[in-house]
Design a protein around this ligand. Structure first.
Ligand SMILES: NC(=O)c1ccc[n+]([C@@H]2O[C@H](COP(=O)([O-])OP(=O)(O)OC[C@H]3O[C@@H](n4cnc5c(N)ncnc54)[C@H](OP(=O)(O)O)[C@@H]3O)[C@@H](O)[C@H]2O)c1
Length: 245
C-alpha cells in the first residue's frame, strides 16, 4: 500500500513549537482528516487550531504523566499515525558528576513517555488500514555526541526501542519509522552555530521517505553525511563526534 497522509488521523506530541509544529503544518497541507496537536499547555497550540479548527484539535499531554496518557487514549476513537516528537535536551557529558540526574530526566521524556503513549495507542493503530508510528530520534542516537552525552544515551535507547517495536508490529501491518535529524532550526538547537534546516522540512522529508518505503530516515545533509561515516565504519562517526565536542 502506498503511504499517504490524505484523510488520515494523526497525533503529534510536543506540537506547539519546533519540529512538532512543523509536523502539524505539513499534515494539514497534505490533507490529514484530523490532527491531534498535543501539548503540555493547550493554549500554546491555539495558533495551529486557528489554521483549521475542524481539522486541528488541541489535546493536553505531558508525556511523563501516565494519567494524561490514559485520559487521551480513552478520548480518541480513531488513529492512523502517532508522531512521538516531544523531547528535551540537558547537555550533560557522560562523565559529569551529575550525569545520572540529567540522564534520568531525559529518559523519562525521550523514552519512557513515548513508550507508554505508544503502548496506550497501539490498539487504535491496529484498527487502522495503514497504521504508522514515527519516532523522532536523532543522529546522536547512532553514535554518542560527547557534549550532549546523556541526551545521546536517551536517543540511542529510542533507536533500540524503535527497532524492537518495528519487529513486534510488523505482523499487524503497522509501519514504525525512526527519524534521525541533525541540528534543526528550533529552540533546542538555538546554541548551535551551523546550518540548520527549518523544522517543517523534517516532516516533509519524513513523509517523502515513507512514500519511498524507507523507515530509517535521515532528513538533512548533516545527518546523511554522518550516517554515511557510520556505515563505512562505526568508529569513524564516534571519533568525528568526539572531535566536534
Ligand atoms: N532541533 C534539533 O536540532 C533536533 C535534532 C535531532 C532531534 N531532535 C528531536 O526533535 C524533537 C523535537 O525537538 P525540537 O527541536 O522541536 O525542540 P523544541 O523546540 O525544544 O521542542 C520540544 C517540544 O517538546 C515538548 N516537550 C518537552 N517536554 C515535554 C513533556 N514532558 N511532555 C510533552 N511535551 C514535552 C516541548 O513542549 P513545551 O513547549 O511545553 O516545553 C516542545 O513542544 C525532540 O525529540 C528532539 O530530541 C531535534
Amino acid at each position: 500500500m502506498t503511504f499517504s497522509v490524505q484523510g488520515k488521523v494523526a497525533l503529534v506530541t510536543g506540537a506547539n513549537r519546533g519540529i512538532g509544529e512543523g509536523f502539524v503544518q505539513t499534515l494539514l497541507q497534505a490533507g490529514a482528516k484530523t490532527i491531534y496537536a498535543a501539548a503540555r499547555d493547550i493554549s500554546s497550540v491555539q495558533h495551529l487550531v486557528n489554521l483549521a479548527p475542524s481539522v486541528v484539535k488541541a489535546v493536553a499531554l505531558d508525556v511523563t504523566k501516565p494519567g494524561q496518557i490514559i485520559a487521551l487514549a480513552s478520548e480518541i476513537t480513531e488513529l492512523d499515525m502517532l508522531v512521538n516528537n516531544a523531547g528535551i535536551i540537558d547537555p550533560a557529558r557522560s562523565a559529569a558528576a551529575d550525569a545520572i540526574a540529567f540522564a534520568r530526566q531525559e529518559m523519562e521524556v525521550n523514552l519512557f513517555g513515548p513508550m507508554q503513549l505508544t503502548s496506550a495507542l497501539i490498539p487504535l493503530l491496529k484498527q487502522s488500514a495503514q497504521g504508522v508510528i514515527i519516532n523522532i530520534s536523532s543522529i546522536a542516537a547512532i553514535s554518542n555526541f560527547p557534549s550532549i552525552g546523556t541526551y545521546s544515551i536517551s536517543k540511542a535507547a529510542m533507536h533500540s526501542y524503535t527497532e524492537g517495536l518495528r519487529a513486534d508490529l510488523s505482523g499487524d501491518g503497522i509501519l514504525v519509522a525512526e527519524v534521525c535529524p541533525g541540528p534543526t532550526d528550533t529552540r533546542m538547537a538555538a546554541g548551535m552555530d551551523m546550518l540548520k534546516p527549518a523544522p517543517a522540512t523534517v516532516a516533509q522529508k519524513t513523509f517523502a521517505a515513507l512514500a519511498a518505503g524507507q523507515l530509517e530516515i535521515f532528513p538533512d545533509d548533516f545527518a546523511k553525511n554522518m550516517y554515511a561515516l557510520f556505515r563505512d565504519a562505526p568508529q569513524k562517526l564516534a571519533s568525528t563526534f568526539a572531535q566536534m565536542g
